[in-house]
Design a protein around this ligand. Structure first.
Ligand SMILES: Cc1cc2nc3c(=O)[nH]c(=O)nc-3n(C[C@H](O)[C@H](O)[C@H](O)COP(=O)(O)OP(=O)(O)OC[C@H]3O[C@@H](n4cnc5c(N)ncnc54)[C@H](O)[C@@H]3O)c2cc1C
Length: 343
């Protein structure tokens, strides 16, 4: 992140401030560059930061505290975590329990637990989505910018060997006193702000999916060219060729959808387009990772091999909204989406 900021890439992505819309082509270049490292963890951390944390902060950077944290992020000196997923099912965000309530007459206090938070282990602040009023209504949520060194906050690493470099952690808020300048974007706007920005994170996720599938297919083709069975490279075996071709067809389909929807998502924050693209990217990643990891044979299981990547890549169908939720959104808009295809 520090390297990206000092190279001016973050400013290129958003123009002068992340209040504007991001440029999907710059996003594609940045994610492509991050993917060269080969590990998924750092790309996950980068996607959340660029597509969700920075614009959420920028949209509400009216308090000096938010402005300061945003400037530190833009200078590459800080990373901010986005803590939405609660103790309860992440797929049922409105059922979350983390809440801010008045204690006494003036003291606002945060209690609750956020799970599986990317960058939690190296962030100095977290954007925390919490209820300021009980109940499942959309307007009961507010964002709070919480310093992770504040009294009552504890951070524990997620118990996993996957996603090295993502800084995954769980956050517990045990009576954290909320300063007025930590309230972001006004009370009641939490979910509206989140749904605008998580839509763009879904574009980032699809961008990453395209790079990942491209890399994995390319590596698999190289391996199969060098691997002989019956004196022929495996890449010339008819069943192998067809299965790889099927992966490439899926990948081209995803890329075409990305091209068609990128502006709608980046500029209009179109949630239906975001759901369509995310569902398509999860299906493509699943098909490509399943086929390619099979073709790596036993070597796929070495440390850091393609089987580990495949396990991590299952996050495309879960993180940032499970595939089933994306399909629900698509199902809600079937007539309109069908109409789009009429010539
Ligand atoms: C690597 C990683 C990084 C993450 N980073 C962050 C982060 O930075 N910030 C953050 O807030 N969260 C983060 N998350 C959490 C993520 O957003 C949640 O995992 C996700 O929203 C799903 O919630 P859950 O894990 O509680 O699964 P659940 O909600 O318990 O769902 C489990 C499964 O049930 C099925 N399901 C759920 N709902 C339905 C439905 N309506 N219809 C049919 N089937 C359904 C799906 O198959 C789903 O995968 C991260 C997760 C991972 C794995």
């Amino acid at each position: 992140m520090a390297e990206l900021s000092s190279s001016g890439a973050v400013r290129q992505l958003y123009g002068e401030t992340p209040r504007g819309n991001l440029d999907p082509l710059v996003l594609r270049r940045l994610i492509g560059r991050a993917c060269q490292d080969g590990r998924l963890g750092p790309v996950l951390a980068l996607s959340v930061q660029l597509a969700t944390a920075l614009p959420l902060l920028a949209e509400s950077a009216v308090t000096p505290c938010a402005r300061e944290v945003l400037d530190a992020c833009l200078a590459g000196e800080e990373v901010v975590a986005v803590a939405a997923t609660d103790e309860t099912a992440g797929s049922d965000l409105v059922g979350a329990k983390s809440a801010v309530a008045l204690e006494g007459t003036e003291k606002l206090v945060l209690r609750g637990r956020k799970r599986w938070v990317t960058s939690a282990l190296f962030a100095r602040h977290a954007l925390v989505l919490a209820k300021h009023r009980p109940g499942r209504h959309f307007t009961n949520f507010t964002w709070f910018l919480v310093p992770l060194a504040a009294a009552g906050v504890s951070v524990s690493p997620v118990d996993t060997t996957l996603f090295e470099g993502a800084g995954l952690g769980h956050l517990t808020f045990d009576g954290v006193e909320i300063a007025p300048e930590w309230v972001l974007g006004g009370f009641g706007r939490g979910l509206a702000m989140f749904s605008r920005h998580i839509t763009v994170e879904r574009l980032a996720s699809a961008t990453w999916a395209i790079h990942l599938c491209h890399t994995v297919i390319s590596r698999t083709v190289r391996r199969l060219d060098d691997r002989q069975v019956d004196d022929l490279p495996l890449s010339r075996n008819p069943a192998v060729r067809q299965r790889l071709a099927g992966c490439l067809v899926q990948l081209h389909g995803l890329n075409a959808l990305w091209e068609r929807l990128r502006e709608r998502i980046a500029v209009e924050h179109d949630a239906v387009a975001g759901a369509l693209l995310k569902a398509a990217s999860a299906a493509t990643v699943d098909q490509v990772m399943t086929a390619c990891s099979q073709f790596h044979g036993a070597d796929g299981f070495r440390s850091g091999g393609v089987q580990q990547m495949r396990a991590e890549a299952a996050v495309f169908g879960i993180g940032g909204g499970a595939t089933e939720l994306m399909l629900d959104v698509v199902a809600d808009h079937l007539p309109a989406l069908l109409k789009e295809l009429e010539s």
